[in-house]
Design a protein around this ligand. Structure first.
Ligand SMILES: [Zn+2]
Length: 384
């Protein structure tokens, strides 16, 4: 049948790509190891097909083979993870997908040397495994190793070839495969990071089209699926690089809301309601003598009205535990503050004076706008 382990690509993603529908197998050195549900379907499907074709024993053999191949994929991911951790990067999880592995790093390193080492560790693990299996094979079954095969019938030889294929396949410079990461790192040592990613993705897409074409010519639907996945992952990574650079290079003063209303602690809740009704603003900074003393959020206001606090002043219901930011803070730090603490608004200060506010909606809006292709042309995106 048209399915084999020629490919088994793996992708290292930054944490933001979370994988849903995954079964948690356990935790290894603080890394959660997960199995995607579709993987179970694949295993069940292949087991059924081989059992129907060649009986129980053949079914069990192919099952064992798939599981062992994925143990090798897991070792490949663990090798990436090991080097990442050595460089002080946290690895959140490793997920096994039907087409390969996925390691989620807290962040992908910017240091080209580190990225190259992390990328090469994976294929290196497979080559070491292939070496061991090759030695074992030449002792136990001399001659067998030289006939390429991938089946449950000759387990040892098939595992030897699988590791060789996995190692070589991932070295194809089709970003975000490992080989593509090496290319990106090499380019980013010579030019801007976003540009390097963009070029690497372009090269990667040519290669993924070749993989798709190869799959069509060889009648290996699996290769077509893998090629499509690599193509899609490249696009996603390209967008992410632009976004990441926007988060790092844009200051709050570039995107903060400067036309906004504020409240005084002595204002009544009716004043607050009046302002909320006559503007699109949901959250208000509360200012006394030129200083921000609190924040009144939409939910705080609604809570006050649904309770018995009709006659309260803003001071009584405002939240005095709030975060502030400076106008030269980056978009990224404000975004983190807002999301990590579940805040809806952050007052932006300059010399202790309120100069603007940023809200989650406002930042999402700016990010969506600025992460478009061509946003890199904006003047303020180019500084720094
Ligand atoms: Zn890899």
């Amino acid at each position: 049948m048209g399915w084999n382990f020629l490919g088994a690509p793996d992708i290292i993603f930054a944490e933001r790509f979370d994988v849903r529908w995954a079964l948690r197998l356990g935790t290894l050195y603080g890394i959660s190891i997960r199995l995607h549900f579709t993987f179970l379907f694949l295993v069940a499907f292949l087991f059924l097909v081989t059992t129907l074709g060649g009986g129980w024993l053949a079914g069990l053999r192919s099952l064992l083979f798939i599981l062992l191949v994925f143990v090798c994929v897991l070792l490949h991911e663990l090798a990436h993870s090991y080097v990442s951790v050595r460089y002080g990067l946290r690895v959140r999880s490793i997920t096994l997908l039907p087409i390969g592995g996925l390691a989620l790093l807290e962040d992908v390193p910017r240091e080209p040397r580190q990225e190259i080492h992390i990328a090469l560790a994976g294929p290196a693990a497979n080559f070491v495994l292939a070496l061991w299996l090759g030695v074992l094979l030449s002792v136990l079954e001399p001659g067998a190793a030289f006939t390429p095969m991938l089946s449950g019938e000759a387990l040892l030889a098939s595992l030897f070839w699988s590791n060789l294929y996995i190692g070589l396949f991932n070295l194809i410079p089709a970003y975000p495969l490992d080989g593509g990461r090496v290319l990106r790192a090499w380019l980013s040592a010579r030019r801007d990071y976003v540009e390097a990613t963009h070029v690497a993705v372009g090269v990667g897409q040519v290669f993924s089209l070749l993989i798709i074409l190869g799959g069509l010519v060889l009648r290996e639907p699996w290769l077509v699926v893998i090629g499509l996945f690599v193509f899609w992952a490249g696009l996603a990574e390209d967008r992410m690089a632009v976004l990441q650079s926007a988060l790092e290079r844009i200051y709050l003063e570039d995107v903060m809301l400067t036309e906004f209303q504020s409240l005084a602690p002595s204002d009544s809740l009716f004043d607050a309601l009046d302002r909320a009704l006559h503007s699109l603003q949901n959250d208000f900074p509360v200012v006394a003598e030129g200083r921000v003393v609190g924040v009144l959020t939409r939910s705080g206001l609604l809570r006050a009205f649904s309770g018995q606090g009709w006659n309260n002043s803003v001071q009584a219901v405002m939240s005095s535990r709030f975060e502030t930011a400076q106008r030269r803070d980056t978009l990224g730090t404000a975004f983190k503050k807002l999301t990590a603490r579940g805040l809806s608004v952050i007052p932006v200060l300059e010399d202790e004076h309120l100069v603007g506010i940023v809200t989650l909606q406002n930042l999402m809006h700016s990010i969506a706008f600025l992460s478009r292709k061509g946003a890199a042309e904006f003047e303020f995106l180019r500084r720094g």
